[in-house]
Design a protein around this ligand. Sequence first.
Ligand SMILES: [Zn+2]
Ligand SMILES: [Zn+2]
Length: 172
Amino acid sequence: MFFHVRDLELRAGRFDVELPPGEIEFFDPKLRQTGGLKASGKVELVTGSLGEIRVTGHLQVPMETDCDRCLEPASCPIDADFELYYRPVEEGYGEEKAIDPGEAEMGFYEGDGIELNDVLREDVLLALPMQRLCQEDCKGLCPVCGQPRNLRECQCQTAAADDRWEALKSLK
Ligand SMILES: [Zn+2]
Ligand SMILES: [Zn+2]
């Protein structure tokens, strides 16, 4: 769904979509959409701006990624309101008014409007937590045998240490 600036000049646009997995490309092989993405909201021009577009709405999607520690699937469901701003990529514009870092998320668009799927992708990426874990206290992988340590505690650490002592002893 594409929103043209010239249409937005007349009236705000609305969307209410449900996109199956695969519809939005996330450009991250570790990131998987495991169910329908539901999003609804409004696209409008910011009054008094030079083509600045504001997108507000609600987005809900079950996402899954690899756990940062153990590489097992980690689910990251998103169910939240969002507010994103887009400024046209035009020379000179944006320099007069510095972007306030405390402001809502700001992006840029090229050409004569914005593609809704691009907005939704950006919102999903922003909504995902920085640290993605299968469980809050994930124990990660054993550095010796590579087994996930959440299921069972392996004895590698001690065994490896013992082996090293044995090796030292045998040098004498
Ligand atoms: Zn994990
Ligand atoms: Zn181990």
